[in-house]
Design a protein around this ligand. Sequence first.
Ligand code: SF4
Length: 500
Amino acid sequence: MEYGRGLAAFLIIKNVSSGTDRYDGSNAIVLAPGLCSGTLVPSTGRITIASKKSKSDGIQFADIAGPFSQKLASLDIAAVVMIGKSNSQNPITVVFSEVGTHIEKNMNLKEAVVSDTINEIRKEFGLEAAIIGIGPTGEHLLPLSSLFSTYPEGKVPEYHCTRGGMGDIFGSKGIKALVVKSKGHFNAEVLDKEGISKNAKKLGKIIVSHPICGGALPGYGSITLMKMLKQGRKIDLSKQSNISKNIKKYSKLCNINKTCSPICVIGCLNRHLKEGDNMYSSPAESEVYAALKEAFNIDDKAFASTINKEAFELGLDSVELVFSIALYYKAIDKNAKKEEIIGALDEIKKLSVIGRLIGSKTQGIYSFYSDKTNLKPFVTKPSVNEEGKFSVLIKSKPEYLKHISDLDYLYAMMTILGNFGICLFSAFALIENEDILYILSEVFFCKTGIKTEPSKIIKYSLNCMEREITFETNSKLDSVQKTIPEFVKVLYRYFDRSIK
Ligand code: SF4
């Protein structure tokens, strides 16, 4: 049985040929809630969105938080496959609800910024509508564009834009937004409700009793992750109790979202207390702050907040934006300050040539200035490229998995979390827990009625990874062209059978 991220990949491979390019109508966008989204299993508000990355690449994935996944799963939808392109003048909105799925062609959302898009959609479909969509930069196919996803309604922040792009693929199909209109979050079909809730409690307990998932993340928010990038396991948790007290105080004053979706037992959202009374508006804001410091030596939280909000309104990956602007100014040998950063954002808004160049991400900028080899180290590379710099040590894993390397085990566990729809932030608590695969196999049985065992759960995730690699290889092989001299076009004509 296919499920979650594995199902998304399966459907891409089944429906999209390996020679398909990113913006081809025959490329597909697949959405697959995790197996446990829409149930009471904690922190399972994640959905996988997949599409073919390019002619010579395999699958691009986005792992997105928000109530969309729970609501879609509550309609008992295991996956959605979208193929083709809309020829409508206005970008379309696809609506899922208890009465079926339909396409709205007449919503006037062309080039609307993200907050206006959300407001218009909620006016039409109700305040509880969960939405995933794109901003104007996605409509104009900027590679820097990403997907936005709403948080639970009625609180701030209202939405976030994801890392890793894909807004341009939605734009190429003429899709502005996907909406789930249903009210319920936990109505997905479950065969053994009592059993799943018993195992959900066990899982929740493991997550909250971990110092990172139950302490640092809800205490500091995802800025914890920034600290861990520098300090690894040695992260200092000593100031956490004071911060938690402050958070409680301000949570009472402000109507803030502390979780991306209901029953996340971690709740790392909006926990980053700034100096003074202010909260960060989104976890990405802390990353933008760090990026501004690293790329421009700008240490200004208010400025980071402005850049993050402006980027989100345009539907951009705000962190990658900072690095792209930095690379652009390096390329033209200009020492950039705040004014130049705001100027670059304006160029993107205007869709000028400079704006489009910056919107092509660091890779696009570097290919434009590839004679300047000093820029190469500043091009963003996929995280997996850093693999060789580390020696991963998993302190505890089940005896029967001792033959799998710690690194492969780490990847397999990440895939398992995607398959079940569990937020990756829970990985700190779950990856080294020896009972986790057993609990998940019980959860699998309670949800589906199909007996399984821990080794099968991990085997499925290893098979998923292998299948993705094969698809990637086939795409590369398909795009290899024969290197025949251009003169051949004359010879084609000379030797053509039809010309006698
Ligand atoms: S852990 Fe944080 S990012 Fe993950 S679902 Fe919960 S609130 Fe969202």
